[in-house]
Design a protein around this ligand. Structure first.
Ligand code: NAD
Length: 249
């Protein structure tokens, strides 16, 4: 009897977790006007439901990306690597830049975990493979696909906030290096402006070797700039809406 009770309680907790995921998804989606969030949820589900959670290719999300496409925001697009907190503190408070996580799909799925299971029609939010457990897990494939699609529409002057407190701010294994930079097209992108966020103990500046690799990776014709900016300066700008964006760094 005890075993049955334990199994039932466990099953209920798990299904509740999945319901929470859907609730979070829909609630976050509804902050955006003019979209059919139920339809977007269905497109999201079909990418992973009933599949082996280690065999979801990034193309599985194409119907989802078609349902809520990434729109170009020329001169305002912000990419980042290893600066998640500071970059979003900035974009949440100021309108000058737009990260992937400020778009509908990016904001809906940021920080969430999900997967399906072979032979099941459910979405699970626990017991899913981690980022590195297998390459083609649903979460990683989503972010790879979203990064590809977001970088494909990059245009004008593009900004990237990189971390000046680590020795390799442009790491070849990062999504920024392995996907986004490779998609920047000189027909659309005028320049890439690196904001290298530094702290007191900064170990890196704009002459960093990995940043030379970044310049070499860029499509011919895309201009490159790098500015070292203290983290405190970025945070000051976040909290001072009066300050023009152009004066932040
Ligand atoms: P990064 O190394 O800081 O990783 C970004 C995020 O990916 C992390 O915050 C984490 O959620 C996840 N991640 C990466 N490696 C992981 C690991 N080993 N274990 C667990 N989680 C891991 O920076 P990046 O790889 O260059 O990716 C950032 C860029 O790509 C941004 O420009 C953004 O557009 C996009 N992106 C966003 C997310 C996200 O979770 N919001 C994830 C991947 C990529």
């Amino acid at each position: 009897l005890l075993l049955i009770v334990v199994v039932v309680v466990l099953a209920l907790t798990l299904s509740q977790k999945a319901d929470n995921l859907k609730r979070t998804f829909i609630a976050r989606c509804e902050k955006f006007q003019g979209y059919d969030c139920q339809k977007i949820w269905v497109a999201f589900e079909q990418a992973h439901v009933g599949r082996d959670p280690c065999n979801v290719p990034m193309e599985a999300y194409d119907p989802l990306f078609a349902e809520a496409p990434f729109k170009p925001a020329c001169n305002r697009m912000m990419f980042w690597s290893k600066t998640k907190d500071v970059v979003h503190d900035f974009t949440e408070n100021r309108d000058c830049f737009l990260t992937l996580e400020d778009t509908l799909l990016g904001s809906v799925l940021d920080g969430l975990t999900w997967c399906g299971k072979k032979g099941s029609s459910e979405t699970f939010s626990s017991g899913c493979p981690g980022w590195k457990d297998c390459e083609k897990n649903p979460v990683r494939s989503f972010w790879n696909g979203a990064s590809t699609a977001f970088a494909d529409v990059a245009c004008g002057d593009v900004t990237a906030m990189l971390n000046g407190s680590i020795t390799t701010p442009f790491s070849p294994t990062s999504t920024f290096a392995s996907i986004e930079v490779k998609r920047f097209n000189s027909m659309r992108v005028e320049s890439l402006n690196v904001v290298l966020v530094t702290r007191k103990n900064a170990v890196t500046n704009c002459t960093n070797a990995s940043l030379r690799n970044l310049q070499e990776e860029l499509d011919d014709g895309i201009k490159y700039n790098c500015t070292e900016v203290a983290e405190s300066q970025v945070l000051d700008c976040s909290s001072d809406p009066e300050k023009p964006c152009g004066a932040c760094w």
